[in-house]
Design a protein around this ligand. Structure first.
Ligand SMILES: *[C@@H]1O[C@H](CO)[C@@H](O)[C@H](O)[C@H]1NC(C)=O
Ligand SMILES: *[C@@H]1O[C@H](CO)[C@@H](O)[C@H](O)[C@H]1NC(C)=O
Length: 356
């Protein structure tokens, strides 16, 4: 019951639960954007440009390729709340396509206040990262060189079953994140697998959930997916089987549950006269996809030393606070940037999507 109970508890009290769940951990912290760029060191290493734009957070070792070594030793700063997290996380961007055919990137905004964590409400662009262990059995932190991918940039339709539990969108009906307090990707009404079809007056949220089981050997695999797996209980749910479900025998090692949470501020794009005349929705991912099925998340592990393992072992940690883990100020974290490797216009009104 970890997601629903912790989120519900936090929504009620806005306080950090003390030792909630007997050794369970739920890190939830913001990271500012370090760059928007058309490179992808996981799927298209060394390609400048790669096929589509990404927005990237985390450590400043991000580049067109990243050596499979200890990334924490390569980076000198991070845009994340936790000073020891030099990992990189990147996802597709969202664009608005006006009726005249021009595109404009939709800004990413800081997330709501939860666990009394002000850092996450003050990021510049970027998004929120979760690391969860449910306190039921050992959760093994990633090793230096570890990386993985969830989603498929070429997907334009449902893939298999249970996609919604790996990637979903929530349409915020009004200000203050639509009064959001339901756990992600499991609300039959609020969460959709596709981009919302109507106007979202409070913006659109995207959640991406990574697998929680590892083969225990490979730091990566050719498709960046085969070395990890979702639990045998089927697709994720957020009711404890997220991290509590049994791992398949091929992937027996339980790893932290990572979730990415992006909030797009669509409120500047609600002029109906600019929406398509045929009633379709005007938002398109940087992959060129209007369905939403191509949303994806890349991860390159880069926590320093055993900092993540300590957090997963029970910290105690909740939200953006963890015993013995140093945190940055929002200004310090937002100051961590990397230069663009491929220079192009991505934030003005554009005739076409970059690379698509
Ligand atoms: C990225 O890689 C290039 C080429 O190897 C190098 O010149 C540049 O300094 C790197 N940038 C960063 C931010 O590490
Ligand atoms: C297209 O429409 C948008 C929104 O009204 C406007 O800001 C932009 O300048 C227009 N682009 C062109 C090329 O007319």
């Amino acid at each position: 019951m970890i997601w629903s109970s912790l989120l519900a508890f936090a929504a009620l009290t806005q306080a950090v639960p003390q030792g909630a769940g007997g050794g369970s951990t739920m890190l939830r912290f913001g990271c500012s954007q370090i760059v928007v760029d058309r490179i992808d060191p996981l799927v298209n290493p060394d390609a400048i440009p790669s096929p589509h734009m990404h927005q990237v957070i985390g450590g400043n070792a991000f580049n067109a390729s990243i050596p499979s070594t200890d990334v924490a030793g390569l980076a000198s700063c991070t845009s994340c709340n936790f000073a020891d997290d030099f990992s990189n996380y990147w996802t597709a961007n969202l664009y608005f396509k006006a009726r005249n055919g021009s595109y404009k990137r939709v800004p990413q905004v800081p997330n709501r206040l939860l666990f009394n964590d002000k850092f996450t409400t003050q990021t510049q662009g970027g998004f929120v990262v979760y690391y969860v262990s449910d306190g039921k059995g050992k959760v093994t932190a990633f090793k230096p060189g570890f990386r993985m991918l969830v989603g498929d940039a070429t997907a334009r339709a449902k893939v298999g079953t249970g996609r919604k539990s790996q990637s979903c969108f929530r349409c915020y009906s009004g200000p203050n994140f639509g009064g959001d307090n339901a756990a992600p990707c499991q609300d039959a009404k609020l969460d959709t697998e596709t981009l919302p079809s109507g106007q979202c007056l409070g913006g659109i949220r995207s959640n991406i959930l990574y697998p929680t089981c590892w083969d225990g050997k490979n730091l990566d695999s050719p498709d960046h997916k085969s070395h990890v797996a979702y639990p045998t209980g089927g697709p994720h749910t957020f009711d404890g089987s997220t991290t509590g479900g049994a791992c398949p025998s091929t992937h027996p090692v339980k790893i932290p549950q990572i979730m990415l949470e992006i909030v797009w501020d669509t409120t500047k794009f609600n002029n109906k006269a600019d929406w398509p005349a045929d009633g379709s929705q005007p938002f398109v991912l940087s992959t060129g996809d209007t369905t939403g099925y191509s949303q994806h998340g890349d991860y390159v592990f880069g926590w320093k030393g055993d900092a993540l393992q300590k957090a997963m072992d029970g910290g105690p940690c909740q939200g953006a606070k963890c015993a013995n883990l140093k945190v940055l100020t929002p200004d310090t974290a937002s100051g961590c940037k990397v230069p663009s490797r491929y220079i192009e216009n991505f934030d003005g009104w554009l005739d076409k999507l970059p690379g698509v």
